[in-house]
Design a protein around this ligand. Structure first.
Ligand code: NDP
Ligand code: MG
Length: 385
């Protein structure tokens, strides 16, 4: 039995993680979870899964819930997130944390879970982008496994099973292209929030859907892959593949390429991370019908068309504090776009401005990262809000 500690239970990845627990009650039980502002769904999850500990965003909501569910312990805010990641049960079994919150708020609870030696299913890519060196260093120190939930990274992880890491030539990450893949730069000037939120292949949270449309998501994934697989940026390639059937590939020294194929169903990588090293039946999972798919197309990535991807590679290669700034600026910019304060193309302007004025810090400490993350957001909101 694995004890699951789930950060971000009410989100797109979070609810699909609950689905996996539902499919395998003999293998997983939900001990603790966090949510944000969706209190209705929080109540439903409490009633169905009977967890021991729950954290929400606001103190007031925690108090309301406390009165309704006297057998559950409640917390809130940043401290609550850490308590979910580190909650101790006396039920026995293996502890496993799934980080499915959106944004760099996932960093501190992830570090705490690692300090407790808990293996982690990591969906929350912003944590690896903002402080990859600290997370990987700590995971190594505590012998913790970070199992990727992001579909591309889960694909690469699966392609690497039983392989010699020294024989890897490069990683090839596929990109569907997002909501505006067939638009020219000119057409992007006029696009609306509603159009941007309409992803052709995947149904996901709002922030990552916008990141997919700007191609920043692929940039964040390149940085995520750099840390998870200890791979130099020169050996991480991205390629457009509109069908999202191949989730990523690895090329080896002998020029063989191993690819991972699947339907666009996030429960596959979520379950793979949770059940690793075993594979489980994905109940109601639909097999991929390749005859129906017919053709798989690939196109080179156009860095002029997708400047966010270019900025992410550059920030990653510069290293130090640059990815922290890239991530914080992007989170702030997407938040502004989602609130109709800036246009779609201004997202990249905001990120570029933040990177241009930044003086890089080498090997930033946790304190420097947290401070920088706040400063970058504050400056952007002060200018554009
Ligand atoms: P959602 O926006 O759907 O869900 C985010 C979750 O985090 C919700 O539970 C939300 O609570 C909670 N949350 C948001 N902000 C805060 C905060 N400041 N403090 C505490 N909790 C917060 O996001 P997704 O599930 O789409 O994405 C989650 C992570 O997984 C992201 O890092 C994303 O990049 C990554 N990912 C997602 C994929 C997908 O298919 N969705 C694919 C690959 C990676 P509430 O809703 O209750 O307010
Ligand atoms: Mg992905």
């Amino acid at each position: 039995m694995k004890n699951i500690y789930l950060l971000g239970a009410t989100g797109s990845i979070g609810t699909q993680t609950l689905d996996v627990i539902r499919m395998h009650p003999e293998a997983f039980r939900l001990i603790a979870f966090s949510s944000g502002r969706n209190i209705e769904l929080t109540k439903q999850i409490i009633e169905e899964f009977q967890p021991a500990y729950v954290s929400v965003m606001e103190e007031e909501s925690a108090m309301t819930l406390e009165a309704l569910y006297p057998n559950v312990e409640f917390g809130y805010g940043a401290q609550g997130l850490e308590s979910v990641a580190t909650y101790q049960t006396d039920l026995g079994g293996e502890d496993f944390v799934v980080t499915a919150v959106m944004g760099s708020v996932g960093l501190l609870p992830t570090l705490k879970a690692i300090e407790m030696g808990r293996n982690i299913g990591i969906a929350n890519k912003e944590t690896l982008v903002t402080a990859g060196h600290l997370v990987m260093e700590k995971a190594k120190q505590h012998g913790v496994k970070l199992l990727p939930v992001d579909s591309e990274h889960s694909a690469i992880y699966q392609c690497l099973q039983g392989e010699d890491a020294k024989a890897i030539k490069k990683l090839i990450i596929t990109a569907s292209g997002g909501s505006f893949r067939d638009y020219t730069r000119e057409m992007l000037k006029e696009v609306t929030l509603e159009q941007a939120l309409n992803h052709p292949n995947w149904s996901m949270g709002a922030k990552i859907t916008i990141d997919s449309a700007t191609m920043m998501n692929k940039g964040l994934e390149v940085i995520e892959a750099h840390w998870l697989f200890d791979m130099p940026y020169e050996r991480i390639e991205t390629i457009l593949h509109r069908q999202s059937i191949i989730h990523s590939m690895v090329e080896f020294e002998d020029t063989s390429i191993i690819a991972h194929l699947g339907t666009p169903d996030m429960r596959i990588p979520i379950q793979f991370a949770m059940s690793y090293p075993e594979r489980m039946d994905l109940k109601q999972g639909k097999s991929l019908n390749l005859a129906e798919v017919g053709t798989l197309e690939f196109k080179p990535m156009d860095f002029e068309r997708f400047p966010c991807l270019k900025m992410a590679y550059e920030a990653g290669m510069q290293g130090g504090s640059c990815p922290t700034v890239l991530n914080a600026a992007n989170e702030a910019a997407v938040d502004l776009f989602l609130r109709n304060k800036i246009s779609f193309l201004e997202i990249e302007t905001v990120v570029a401005e933040a990177l241009n004025k930044h003086q890089k810090i080498d090997h930033p400490s946790l304190e420097q990262i947290l401070q920088l993350d706040q400063e970058v957001r504050r400056d952007i909101l002060a200018k554009y809000e």
